[in-house]
Design a protein around this ligand. Structure first.
Ligand code: URA
Length: 293
């Protein structure tokens, strides 16, 4: 029938709704034209359309093209084939991040519960333990890495392997202890052979990271490596182009620096990272370990 939503799209919509529901996101339809959800192409940011002269700030992602739990299939099927046009809102449609804003009373515990024994992406097949995050839930400083390695997968804690030991040294050199900061990753399950997480894995898992950041609301976020920086900034630019610069992420100051694993392979870059961390220390009013007033 003309205008009817095809069955495969209904299924896709139901699946996607279930996914967002699992994340605790339930506010999508307010003041929106349902037709537009099925017609709009998501805008894809490519390296070409980034003006290198402009400062990078966090950019709102667009809504998914189609919405989607099998339990909601009925509701989606019940959408009439002819949807009366609703007035478009004056303001832009709510994004995923606006939606996460609306999770009133969200907590790290709720986020962990929503994550559950996750099987949303293929990374679950090889993992032993989900590595959610660790540290002070009220930290002023959050470190975001890429994804767990073998040691993290075994222990369920972020940055406890070789790279983690280096990160711990860096934190202590800043005059802090691990328990003072919060440490987490873009993906919560170990990618096989420690490969870089793939786009679908990042887009499936990163909403949990975004909720963690929303709840903690740190003064400073340090992105360890390109995956964390690109995920939070929604950019394809190489990290060396903006490493060491203060950027904005939803009201937190964001500093991207090299990943400790990179430093293990390239110890000469440690000086650059230390300079970046000194900028962080200045903002947080910290003194380097061993330096007195
Ligand atoms: N590398 C990461 O990015 N995260 C970890 O937790 C460990 C190593």
């Amino acid at each position: 029938m003309p205008g009817q939503i095809p069955e495969h799209l209904q299924k896709k919509a139901a699946d996607r709704l279930a996914f967002y529901e699992d994340l605790g996101i339930r506010l999508f339809y307010r003041n929106r034209r349902v037709e537009a959800v099925f017609q709009q192409e998501p805008s894809v940011e490519s390296a070409e359309n980034i003006n290198p002269s402009t400062q990078i700030t966090y950019q709102e992602p667009t809504l998914p093209k189609a919405l989607p739990k099998p339990g909601l299939q009925k509701a989606v099927s019940a959408v009439p084939s002819k949807i009366p046009p609703l007035p478009l809102p004056a303001s832009p449609p709510p994004s995923l991040f606006d939606a996460t804003d609306k999770i009133v009373g969200d907590t790290l515990l709720k986020i962990r519960e929503d994550l559950g024994e996750c099987t949303r992406c293929k990374l679950h097949k090889h993992r032993h333990t989900i590595v959610f995050g660790d540290g002070n839930p009220k930290a002023e400083l959050v470190f975001v890495g890429e994804g767990p390695g073998a040691d993290e997968d075994a222990q369920g804690l972020p940055f406890v392997g070789r790279a983690g030991k280096l990160l711990t040294q860096m934190i202590e050199a800043m005059g802090l202890q691990r328990k003072d900061v919060y440490i987490c990753n873009v993906v919560k399950c170990r990618p096989p052979e420690n490969r870089t997480p793939e786009d679908d894995e990042i887009s499936t898992c990163s909403p949990f990271l975004l909720r963690q950041l929303e709840v903690i609301a740190p003064k400073v976020i340090v992105c360890l490596g390109a995956v964390a920086a690109k995920t939070l900034l929604k950019t394809n630019r190489g990290i060396s182009q903006f490493r060491g610069q203060w950027l904005d992420y939803r009201g937190s100051k964001l500093m991207a620096t090299y990943h400790p694993a990179y430093l293990l392979r390239n110890p000469n870059a440690k000086g650059e990272v230390w300079k970046d961390l000194q900028k962080v220390m200045a903002v947080l009013g910290l003194r380097a370990k061993g330096k007195s007033a």
